[in-house]
Design a protein around this ligand. Structure first.
Ligand code: PLP
Length: 416
């Protein structure tokens, strides 16, 4: 319904009612039927996240001198996240608006470091697995860095030898993900970081998806591929809180091994008529909402809460994984290392996986359709636990009914 239909001069209540009415076709993520885009660990966590966001939504984190509350909360959030990643007293970071900003800034930081160290390079490049998130391309585009994408191995993990071979004197950044988004597997971070250490260049670990989950899975006793600052050569790590931290949108953390490396992220100038201007990220003015929401949820869930929600999401993931792995018509793409998985059909000529997705979506579920190869992608969260049986029943039913139907392809984006 176009907003104009409401007409001007309405009461606040009429406007709020209208807002509720125009969202009726939106994905129902709060009730556990959505496997992408929005994260929930239950209504109590959501209520706190939203209320704390609301109270600080108008505050401006551009100048935390004016809002010391934001400075303190941001520092506490960064310190907690640094602890998860096994940072130490030299580790330094800032909150960002989420994964994309963190990755774009990781590319920018690598470029700035090369300049700061006086390397005279013609065309800088970064070496990364084909599976690394699209936002690295955005960073490469913004900061004029060549992107060297290296095919992944049969297990969907980064091919370290091929990455080593792709590096040259103009390489400024090498990347691994923990886990990568498309198939949910962790790259061999320790070996990737070793290449960076030998070359004295940046190594960014994209743990936007896994930073919280891998921390708490390890604390729960699961064996985890090393991914954090315990790997020599890792220079920066991104961890999103608006994903498995279950905070409101607009919240991630970008950590650097040292303050000097963090200085490559910040922007400062006095080349205008307004005096000294400094900012830690891409935005200038930014809402205090995500900072307050993150601080509140981190303190509400705490270690015990994160263990509980992580265990729940992991158990649901493995139940779905085992069901699909044993299915006569479906096949998983890799063994999930955290709480993301993807799957396709064994015989794409017989069953089109996008047609299966369309049937599931028509019954109220929501998920990503991804290529290549054509797959359904599931991001499994704490809120899914009570819905797994129903999902698997509906999935089996969709496979039975789909016949030779062809589905529509999907996009993980908005382009107009
Ligand atoms: C591994 C990974 N990195 C980065 C991002 C980008 O995060 P955002 O969408 O919060 O910008 C995502 C998003 O799904 C992701 O899965």
């Amino acid at each position: 319904m176009p907003i104009a239909q409401l007409g001007p001069g309405q009461t606040a209540q009429a406007i709020l009612d209208h807002l509720e009415s125009i969202r009726t076709n939106d994905v129902r993520w709060r009730d556990g039927r959505c496997f992408t885009l929005a994260y929930s660990a239950g209504s109590d966590v959501l209520a706190l996240a939203e209320e704390s966001y609301r109270r600080f939504s108008g505050e401006n984190a551009l100048n935390t001198g004016a809002f010391p509350s934001l400075r303190v909360m941001q520092q506490e959030v960064v310190d907690i996240v640094s602890g998860w990643a096994h940072g130490d007293e030299t580790t330094a970071g800032f909150m960002t608006s989420g994964g994309t900003e963190s990755l774009v800034l990781a590319v920018r930081s690598a470029r700035k470091r090369a300049e700061r160290e006086g390397r005279n390079l013609k065309r800088m490049n970064m070496v990364l697995p084909a599976s690394a998130h699209a936002a690295f391309e955005k960073g490469a585009d913004y900061f004029d860095v060549e992107s060297r994408r290296i095919p992944v191995g049969a297990d969907w993990k980064a091919d370290v030898n091929a990455m080593r071979d792709a590096c040259d004197e103009e390489t400024i950044l090498i990347v691994g993900s923990a886990p990568q988004y498309p198939q949910g597997v962790i790259d061999p971070i320790a070996e990737i970081a070793e290449i960076a250490a030998q070359r004295n260049i940046n190594c960014h670990v994209d743990a936007c998806m896994g930073g919280v989950t891998l921390t708490y899975l390890e604390r729960l006793g699961e064996p985890i591929t090393p991914w954090d600052f315990r790997c020599d050569g890792v220079t920066s790590i991104s961890i999103d809180l608006h994903k498995y931290g279950y905070t409101s949108k607009g919240s991630g953390v970008l950590l650097h091994r040292t303050k000097a490396l963090r200085s490559d992220q910040t922007f400062i100038t006095d080349n205008w008529l307004g005096g000294f201007y400094g900012s830690s990220g891409i935005l200038g003015t930014k809402s205090g909402g995500p900072i307050a929401s993150s601080w509140a949820v981190l303190h509400y869930l705490g270690d015990d809460g994160y263990k509980r929600v992580t265990k729940s999401a992991r158990e649901s993931t493995m139940r779905i994984y085992k069901h699909i792995d044993a299915h006569t018509d479906l096949e998983v793409r890799g063994v999930p290392d955290s709480t993301l998985l993807s799957f396709g059909t064994k015989d794409p000529n017989r069953h089109d996986v996008f047609a299966i997705a369309d049937r599931l979506i028509s019954t109220g579920w929501y998920m990503d359709k991804q290529t290549p190869p054509a797959s359904i992608h599931l991001t499994v969260m704490a809120v899914h636990a009570p819905h797994v049986d129903e999902f698997l029943r509906d999935l089996d039913e969709a496979v039975r009914q789909v016949g030779s139907e062809k589905g529509s392809s999907g996009a993980y984006a908005t382009a107009d």
